[in-house]
Structure formats: structure tokens, C-alpha cells
Design a protein around this ligand. Structure first.
Ligand code: ADP
Length: 627
């Protein structure tokens, strides 16, 4: 087996990145901010202003209270006091109004940013070469980003909040220093008072304590992430299984309710135990920090009060300085917390930036050479596989080996063979989703790599085994576009055998599929398959490929599709992959694949005439069930 299993992948590549140096983290966070700014800069100024005003507001009140108290204490004229009071009220109100206004103007909710950043990932992926998407590294990087976001709230979506915390911390520190600086300054002839020294010392101790505890909390979180992620994954799986329709039948018939509940409770207990140590440290450190800030307040009162008694400071000064010193300690804490957060977010932001290729080669997922020639289909055309071999990137074994075959206009081909024999890989190469590792594929004698790949891919309408129908209206699904020709759609639905079903839909072609919309309808596997076939017909491409197109259809529907398809694709090229050999027997040519090789080629009768051949074995094996 060549493909790696998901559990192998997860153990090898899903582990979280270890912490990186602070300045590297800061750089990643700032580069993420640049990406966010580029996505939607219009809301940023109002957002920054809003956060600044929220932080600044208490200082306005503090400043004016101090002034008014001083005026009252010194018996200033009433008129002057009233003017100050009115100014205070107006300033407070003005700041409040500005804050509310900037809040209303800012219509960024975290959720918008979250989706914008995901959209950017989708945009990059949609433009990538198909083969890039199947590379294990990209799959793992995608998974790590989703995990960081969904489980731990890490990633660029957190950057605005983190940077704002830095701005808030700095605003508080600068404003409180501006308001309280005289409290820290020695007075002429007095020397440096002990109270002030102690106050400064305690602020420094409190800051150091914050650094140490935030650091420990960070380490604990990083160390626990991997264990926690495994438990969170389990509980997510169980709760999704218990909630969604898919599990509902099994839950009831196998009486799984009790098992699911017990397992879930056990996992919850484990998660609780894991987070307990951190929660304990967090609450203890916040208690100790609270006590320290009380000591700072006491020392501030003592040092400022002594000077007030000595007549150096006024009553207003006492209120202003003590208030500002208290805020200063808080500002330092906020700043330390936000810097620690930058350290935590850095590696996750970097992972996202690497994924979207920010600051790198914009074509990091587009390595394939595109041709320059236009595809011009002559009356007659043919596609030739000339000794083609193919290995999936990162694998050692050949998925296809030395394959040569010619596909012509108007001819119908069937690919048959056991699972893993290379049929789907053949189709991927035919449509130029991959290029051969060795050999060439030629369209009318020219290597398909010389053609513009978008034009070349227009030649094919393919229904893959894992086709996708979207939670969009029926018409848009079939046309693969928001604008469509209704008559053509009805014609394709008729040919795909889905007209009767569609006629019963309350909203006709505008009917949303799946219950993502409140008025959506759920569709069965067979209906989905017919919609996918109608979509392939609507594309009206010269070559139609159906990869196991009828797996979800009943025998009658299958027979109907096949008989119609032979007529519809009469003048086109058609290729069927099916395990039901009886469906393929009417094709002009049947190509039998075995372990990546084309082992037989011919009509049904020709192949049956070779009793030792692979086809005869497969036919016999199926036929015995019908005897
Ligand atoms: P079939 O369609 O006949 O069932 P496939 O073409 O899907 O066979 O697969 C042929 C071989 O290529 C198998 O061994 C399969 O495991 C391998 N294979 C298919 N897809 C990938 C992939 N994305 N990466 C690595 N190996 C793959």
C-alpha cells in the first residue's frame, strides 16, 4: 500500500511547532497584521481609535477630578469651578461619543476576519496546481492551521486583539507616567524618599513576577498542546457523531448512547485534569498580582500622602498620582501579557503566512509549465498515450507503467480492472491534472504540455467517483455558474434521467440543495450522481469521462443512463470506468488495467476469446453471481 494512513501522517507531521525566539514571533505577527490590513484596511483606523479611546477614557476622568478637587480645596471662585466641571463633563462625553462612534463605524467582527483569512487560503488552493494539493506536506500544514484555530484560537485572526493589547498596555503606561511623573521625582532638598523608592521597587517586582508567571503559563500551554489536541480531537469526533444524522441509525441500533456518554465524560475529565495545573497557576498568580498591586497602592498613598502633608502635593495631586500609579502597574501587566501572546501566536502566524506564500514566490504552488499553443480541434482528433509511466509525488511505486493507448473521436472506451490498478490515475493524466513522470501524451500529434492547460482541460467533462455537489441551487450546480440557459439545463436533466425528480422540487432550478439553507432539500446518492452527470453534459465537452458513474444507481437507472449515454456521446469521445463489466461490454474498446499496466485491449468478444486473460477472469467472477 503506497498511501500513508491518516494516523501515520498525524503522528509524523501534525505536532505543534516549538516556540521560536521572540523577535521572530513579533516579525510573523507584524507580517500577519500587514496581510490583514491589505485584506480590509478600511476598518482598521476606527478600530485602533476605538481601542485607544476605551483605554484613555478613565484618565480623562482622573485628570479632571484632580483639577476640580484642587479648585475646591483652594476655595477658587465658583465661576471657575463650574467652568472646569462643564469642561470635564464635555470632555468625558466627547471621548465617550467618539468611542461609540468609532465602535459603530468599525464593522469588523472577529468572525469576518476569520472567514476572510480562510478565504485567502481557499483562493491560494484553488489556483494551485492540482498535484500540489495531493502532497502530504500541504495536507498536514492545512490540518495544523485548522487545528490551531479551532482548538486553541491561534493564528492571524488573533493578531488584531494581540496588537491592540500592546497598544492598550503602552497607552496606559505612557498616560499614567505622564500623569504621575511628579510622584516619582525627588523634591529639591528632600533626597529620594523611601516611600517612592519602595513604590518603584514593588512595581518592578510585580512586573518581574508577571514575566515569570506568563512565561510558565506559556510553557505549560505549549507542552500540553499535543496531549490536549488528541483529547479534543476525540471529543469532537464523538460529539459530532452523536449529533449528526450519519451516526443516528447506528447509535440507536447498536445502543451506543451509554458508550458515547461514558467516553465523553471520561475525555472531559482528562481535559479538566490537564488544564487544572494551568488554571491553578493562573488563579494563584492573579491573586498574588492583585495583592502586589494593593501594596503598590498603599505605597503610592504613603509616598504621595507624606508629601501632601508636607504641603508639596495638593489634594488633587494625591488623587491623580495614586490613581495613575495604580493604572501604571496594570498597564505593565497588560503589556507583558500581550508580549507573551505575541510569542505564542508567532509560530502559528508563520505557519499561515508560509501556507499562503506571503512574502515568498507567488507561484509557490504553481510549478507546472503551461504551454502557449491554442487548442484547435480538427474534425478528427485523437489523444495518444505514448509509453506513459507515472509515480505520485513522494512515492516510489509506479501507479502507471509503460502505458500506450490511442483514444479517438466517436469511440467509446471502457477501463476495467481491480481497485488500485491505475484507472483513476489514467483519467487524471488524460485531463492534465498531473503530467507523466515518463513518456508523453499527445493531442493530434503534439505533446499536451505545449497547449494552454486551461484550454486543454475544456475538452473534458468528467464525473469523478468523488464528485462534489454544492449547497447551491440546482441550476447553478448543473451549469457550474450563476448564469445559465434554462432550456439547456432541462435538456441535460432529461438526458441524465433526473427531470421527473426536478419537476417535483418546489423551487425548480432555483431549489437550494442540501439543508444548509432553511428551504434546501437533501438529495440521495443516486440523485447527486445524476446531477453530476447532467453537469458533465451541460459542459458539452468533446470528451466525456464517467469514473464509476453508476455506483449509487439502481440497475434500471444504470441501464437507462448507459443507453442514453451512448446516443448522447455518439459523435464524441467517451470513457467509462465501471466495476460492472456488463455496463462496459457495449464500448468499442475495453482496456484492462492490472497493477498499473494495460494488460489487454479489445472488444468484449475479443477479450472473452482469451480465456487466460484478466478480462475473462473478471467476467467469470462477476457472471457466476448471476447464474
Ligand atoms: P483505481 O482507480 O484503478 O482504483 P487509482 O488510479 O486510484 O486506481 O490508484 C492507482 C495506484 O495509485 C494505487 O496504488 C493507489 O494507492 C495510488 N494512488 C492513488 N492516488 C494516490 C495519491 N494521491 N498519492 C499516492 N498514491 C496514490
Amino acid at each position: 500500500m503506497k498511501r500513508r494512513t491518516t494516523s501515520q501522517q498525524s503522528s509524523q507531521g501534525l505536532s505543534f511547532s516549538a516556540g521560536i525566539p521572540f523577535f521572530q514571533s513579533l516579525k510573523s505577527v507584524l507580517r500577519s497584521a500587514k496581510v490583514i490590513f491589505r485584506m480590509d484596511w478600511r476598518n482598521i483606523p476606527s478600530f485602533v481609535l476605538n481601542q485607544f479611546l476605551i483605554t484613555f477614557q478613565p484618565f480623562v476622568a482622573l485628570f479632571f477630578s484632580a483639577r476640580i478637587l484642587d479648585l475646591l480645596a483652594t476655595g477658587a471662585p465658583r465661576q471657575k469651578i463650574i467652568t472646569w466641571i462643564i469642561t470635564a463633563v464635555l470632555c468625558n462625553f466627547g471621548v465617550y461619543l467618539l468611542e461609540r462612534l468609532s465602535y459603530c463605524v468599525t464593522n469588523v467582527e472577529g468572525i469576518t476576519l476569520y472567514w476572510q483569512l480562510y478565504q485567502e487560503m481557499s483562493r491560494v488552493m484553488m489556483q494551485a496546481d492540482y498535484e500540489e494539493l495531493e502532497k502530504p506536506d500541504i495536507g498536514l500544514a492545512k490540518e495544523r492551521i485548522y487545528r490551531s484555530t479551532r482548538m486553541f484560537w491561534y493564528g492571524p485572526w488573533e493578531v488584531p486583539g494581540v496588537l491592540m493589547a500592546v497598544v492598550q498596555g503602552l497607552t496606559i503606561i505612557i498616560t499614567s507616567l505622564a500623569l504621575a511623573w511628579p510622584a516619582f521625582m525627588p523634591v529639591a532638598g528632600e533626597g529620594f524618599p523611601l516611600g517612592t523608592l519602595l513604590m518603584v521597587l514593588f512595581i518592578a517586582i510585580s512586573a518581574c513576577y508577571s514575566v515569570v508567571t506568563e512565561n510558565r503559563l506559556y510553557r505549560m500551554k505549549e507542552d500540553g498542546l499535543e496531549r490536549m489536541a488528541a483529547q479534543l480531537r476525540r471529543i469532537r469526533f464523538l460529539s459530532r457523531y452523536a449529533r449528526e444524522d450519519q451516526g443516528a441509525k447506528d447509535i440507536r441500533l447498536y445502543n451506543q448512547q451509554q458508550m458515547i456518554q461514558t467516553q465523553s465524560q471520561e475525555i472531559t475529565r482528562k481535559i479538566e485534569a490537564m488544564s487544572k495545573e494551568r488554571a491553578t497557576l493562573r488563579s494563584r498568580s492573579s491573586g498574588i498580582r492583585g495583592a502586589m498591586s494593593q501594596v503598590v497602592v498603599c505605597l503610592a498613598y504613603a509616598s504621595v500622602g507624606i508629601r501632601a502633608i508636607a504641603g508639596i502635593f495638593s489634594v488633587g495631586n494625591v488623587v491623580q498620582y495614586v490613581g495613575a500609579v495604580t493604572q501604571l502597574a496594570e498597564g505593565i501587566r497588560v503589556l507583558i501579557y500581550s508580549l507573551q501572546h505575541i510569542r505564542m501566536q508567532g509560530p502559528h502566524c508563520q505557519e499561515y503566512l508560509d501556507f499562503i506564500g506571503e512574502g515568498k514566490d507567488p507561484k509557490q504552488y504553481r510549478h507546472r509549465q503551461d504551454g502557449t499553443e491554442h487548442v484547435q480541434l480538427a474534425e478528427d482528433w485523437e489523444i495518444v498515450f505514448d509509453n506513459v509511466s507515472f509515480r505520485y509525488p513522494g512515492t516510489e511505486e509506479w501507479a502507471l507503467k509503460d502505458l500506450s493507448i490511442c483514444l479517438r473521436k466517436g469511440q467509446h472506451y471502457a477501463l476495467v480492472g481491480m481497485n488500485g490498478s491505475g484507472k483513476t490515475t489514467f483519467v487524471k493524466l488524460l485531463c492534465r491534472l498531473y503530467d507523466p513522470t515518463q513518456g508523453r501524451i499527445l493531442l493530434n500529434g503534439k505533446d499536451i504540455r505545449t497547449y494552454r492547460s486551461a484550454e486543454y482541460q475544456r475538452l473534458f467533462a468528467v464525473v469523478f467517483q468523488d464528485f462534489q455537489i454544492f449547497a447551491l441551487p440546482l441550476g447553478e450546480n448543473i451549469a457550474a455558474s450563476m448564469r445559465y440557459d434554462e432550456n439547456r439545463i432541462r435538456d441535460c436533466m432529461e438526458k441524465a434521467g433526473i427531470s421527473d425528480w426536478a419537476a417535483k422540487l418546489p423551487k425548480g432550478l432555483k431549489q437550494p440543495l442540501y439543508t444548509v439553507e432553511s428551504d434546501g432539500v437533501n438529495i440521495s446518492g443516486g440523485e447527486a450522481q445524476k446531477i453530476a452527470i447532467a453537469r458533465a453534459l451541460y459542459k458539452d465537452a468533446p470528451f466525456v469521462v464517467l469514473d464509476e458513474p453508476t455506483a449509487a444507481l439502481d440497475p434500471l437507472a444504470e441501464a437507462e443512463i448507459y443507453s442514453k449515454f451512448h446516443d448522447i456521446t455518439d459523435h464524441k469521445g467517451a470513457l467509462y470506468i465501471s466495476h460492472r463489466l456488463s455496463s462496459c461490454r457495449f464500448c468499442n474498446t475495453i482496456a484492462v488495467f492490472h497493477e498499473g499496466k494495460l494488460v489487454q485491449e479489445g472488444s468484449h468478444e475479443e477479450l472473452l476469446a482469451q480465456p487466460e486473460g484478466q478480462y475473462a477472469h473478471l467476467w467469470e467472477a462477476q457472471a457466476q453471481w448471476y447464474q
